[in-house]
Design a protein around this ligand. Sequence first.
Ligand code: ATP
Ligand code: ATP
Ligand code: MG
Ligand code: MG
Ligand code: MG
Ligand code: MG
Length: 219
Amino acid sequence: RATMAKSKFEYVRDFEADDTCLAHCWVVVRLDGRNFHRFAEKHNFAKPNDSRALHLMTKCAQTVMEELEDIVIAYGQSDEYSFVFKRKSNWFKRRASKFMTHVASQFASSYVFYWRDYFEDQPLLYPPGFDGRGTLAADKNEILFSEFNINYNNEPPMYRKGTVLLWQKVDEVTTKEVKLPVEMEGKKMAVTRTRTKPVPLHCDIIGDAFWKEHPEILD
Ligand code: ATP
Ligand code: ATP
Ligand code: MG
Ligand code: MG
Ligand code: MG
Ligand code: MG
């Protein structure tokens, strides 16, 4: 590409910009609700923190992690959520526009899809929107600083508001019809299986302890 001769149509390429994200960096997509000041007012959010809204945001972020590839951690507060893709991800050949549009559309459709589970008595009055930006982080301090608005060097390691989503092994109990000897046919049995799910945590991700406990995020 770079070796191609310049032509008078060179400018066309500017419009199909190569948005491949630099290798060996964490791609971080941060979503933010569009005009949620108004959205919160119209939907009677409690001030300053409506817990229904926060739980719905977290449900949407879990859905994004489950539906899309390679997200290692997500962090959110208010009307925003950040998603960190694993450093070696080659999902969609690391194209920023693919990362951003898939995260934003999956999140927005989930917000509408799950609305009633969290806002039982409050109808959804109009379709909400979310903007996304793709950025790169070369180290963990950058993940914290540029994406979570935490200055790693200055902020005291204290409790912060917000939710962290991490993949964890969870035992799931389901009732299933299983193959049994003839005399017990058709009986249901409780089956426990271990699944890896995005689990919400309210922990301090600023201190080194968190990163030592979860080295897989920085793989
Ligand atoms: P923009 O489109 O530029 O993001 P915005 O109105 O969404 O504009 P933000 O800076 O993103 O502005 O602020 C989000 C606003 O949404 C908050 O200031 C608050 O009014 C409201 N909000 C978001 N989540 C909640 C919540 N869980 N409880 C109460 N209010 C909330
Ligand atoms: P990708 O995620 O890569 O886009 P895809 O399964 O969406 O995968 P597309 O090439 O976008 O693949 O093709 C869309 C497919 O969706 C069609 O091949 C068809 O099977 C189905 N489809 C879309 N719109 C309609 C429609 N109106 N009626 C019937 N089938 C449809
Ligand atoms: Mg904003
Ligand atoms: Mg907003
Ligand atoms: Mg915001
Ligand atoms: Mg398609």
